[in-house]
Design a protein around this ligand. Structure first.
Ligand code: AMP
Ligand code: MG
Length: 526
């Protein structure tokens, strides 16, 4: 056993009521916020990748990851001293409907690690085997979805988007059977486990479940725990405290979603059990990145008909989810709906401010309503949506236009390269017209054009985890080649840097990927 193992606290399970039973079978768990459950061992744990920046933050020595015993811990076959595994109990609204108890059906928290700076973070294995919350599921996860969660968690962090993190990706050596297209053709796939990291994985659904069951005492206990550890700046418990807390969660959620919109991230399953109480991106499933800027796009085939969680709907769905949280907290608000309305208002305001600020920054401006920036932005977004135009390439290209010495009279090549197909003359003309007005507006900024362009490069990533890139890494990993995974992991640590040697990974979606599963559409099967 290496000497430099981290220390673990037992805060969640130590302070909150747990399940009296340790029975593994799927069941309803009442009066408890968690169940004691150990990961089910896997056949042949193997570390496929780990995040060096996160390991450093956690004070975990790199040498530890060369040790086979570490892979065994990160795949659930053994524990480090002080770990006390549990699964959390929560409910949620799925696709607009109350779904009752859900819970960690395949996620198991190993323990709360004490970082060198003293902060505690939960280490959680996803795919670690059945829990009392597994319902009809097997508690496992496949390589393709695990690789996607691992890479995207770290990519989002390096983009500056609040997110749960991913420490490691392990192969289990076991086979997991999935019907990937839900078409009656189940197939064996390689199993995998991601070790996720966050201060807490509490979701809106953790609060909804005791509230829906009328267990106000349990709801109150959980709210007080959450305030004490994660919102310590709030005053002691009282109805106004819970109102202020709801307000804060609403604002964080709004800002998070504004950030998603600005980078072109589509979560895909914004159910209330997948919304973090800390305002983190959580539960990477059938998420996707916009290639063409299309507000109606969703990566989730399960949602293809109603498009509830499409890119353009995310801000409104965030609001809907905050309303569900507010409704769940009513017993703590003495039944007063006013704070809920206030939180929704705060969400709207925070979203508008964050979204205009971020999109203005993407075009090099400090947002000023009086200069007509609102209309300028809206015209751009309408123009982008009118013809299939690569969002990431377009904004990255715009920086070079900012530096032109005179007003543009044509669409520069770099901008044209963002189109997926030939566009009508009128569309080009409208683009040039917009560019001219925007170029003139940039000249009113207090900064020199070169500085405007440099600032744009710092907010418009060159590299995002495009769906086809993730799929390339998955295909290779399934064939035993981990190089594309490791390459992507390294590139996505510096998403705003040019990295010219990797330019082919900044390309728009290639034609072969347009309709390929995993590249354009993903099912929830994972
Ligand atoms: P999701 O919407 O994918 O975050 O999952 C919704 C619920 O289904 C959560 O309670 C998960 O724990 C559970 N779940 C998803 N996949 C599995 C699985 N393979 N085995 C057990 N539970 C699962
Ligand atoms: Mg989930």
């Amino acid at each position: 056993m290496p000497a430099n193992l981290p220390r673990f606290a037992r805060r969640f399970a130590g302070e909150l009521p747990g399940d009296a039973s340790t029975e593994l079978r799927s069941r309803q768990v009442h009066g408890a916020l968690w169940s004691e459950v150990s990961p089910t061992p896997v056949r042949a744990p193997r570390l496929l990748a780990f995040s060096r920046p996160l390991a450093r933050e956690l004070g975990l020595d790199e040498a530890l990851f060369a040790d086979r015993a570490t892979a065994e811990v990160l795949a659930g076959n053994r524990l480090w001293p002080g770990m006390a595994p549990f699964a959390a109990n929560y409910g949620g609204h799925q696709f607009g409907h109350w779904a009752g108890q859900l819970g960690d059906g395949r996620a198991i928290v190993l323990g709360e690690l004490e970082r060198p700076d003293g902060a505690l973070v939960e280490l959680q294995l996803k795919g670690a085997g059945p829990t009392p919350y597994s319902r009809a599921g097997d508690g496992r996860a496949v390589l393709r979805s695990s690789l996607r969660e691992f890479l995207c968690s770290e990519a989002m962090h390096h983009l500056g988007v609040p997110t749960t993190r991913a420490l490691s990706l392990c192969a289990t050596g076991d086979v997991v059977v999935r019907d990937m297209f839900y078409d009656g053709n189940p197939k064996p796939e390689p199993g995998a486990i991601v070790c996720r990291v966050a201060p807490t994985f509490l979701r809106f659904g953790n609060f909804e479940l005791p509230s829906a069951r009328g267990d106000v005492a349990l709801l109150r206990t959980l709210a007080e725990f959450t305030r004490r550890h994660f919102f310590a700046e709030l005053p002691p418990p009282s109805a106004p405290t819970w109102a202020a807390w709801l307000h804060e969660v609403a604002v964080r959620t709004a800002r998070l979603i504004a950030h998603w919109q600005a980078v072109g991230f589509v979560h895909g399953v914004m159910n209330t059990d997948n919304l973090s109480i800390l305002g983190l991106t959580i539960d990477y499933g059938p998420y996707g990145w916009l290639d063409g800027f299309d507000p109606g796009w969703t990566p989730n085939t399960t949602d293809a008909q109603h498009r509830r969680y499409a890119y353009g709907n995310q801000p409104g769905i965030g609001l809907w989810n905050v309303e569900r949280l507010g409704a769940a907290l009513l017993p703590l608000l003495d039944g007063d709906e006013e704070p809920v309305h206030a939180a929704l208002e705060a969400y709207r305001g925070a979203y508008a401010e964050a979204a205009t600020g971020r999109f203005a920054a993407k075009i090099g401006l400090t947002f000023e309503a009086a200069r007509g920036d609102g209309a300028l932005l809206q015209q751009l977004l309408d123009w982008l949506a009118a013809q299939e135009t690569d969002m990431t390439l377009f904004f990255r290209a715009l920086a070079s236009v900012a530096e032109l010495p005179a007003t543009p009279t044509t669409l520069p090549d770099a901008v044209q390269a963002a189109f997926y197909r030939a566009v009508p003359e009128a569309h080009t003309a409208a683009g040039v017209d917009w560019l001219r007005r925007w170029w003139a507006r940039t000249r009113q900024e207090p900064r020199a054009p070169a500085e405007v362009a440099a600032a744009m490069q710092r907010v418009n990533p060159k590299y995002v985890l495009r769906n086809w890139l993730a799929q390339t890494a998955i295909d290779a990993a399934e064939a035993g080649d981990l190089a594309p995974l490791h390459r992507l992991l390294a590139i996505l640590e510096r998403p705003f840097d040019e990295q010219p040697e990797h330019a082919e990974l900044a390309q728009k979606r290639p034609d072969w990927a347009r309709d390929k599963p995993g590249c354009s559409a993903l099912s929830c099967s994972s």
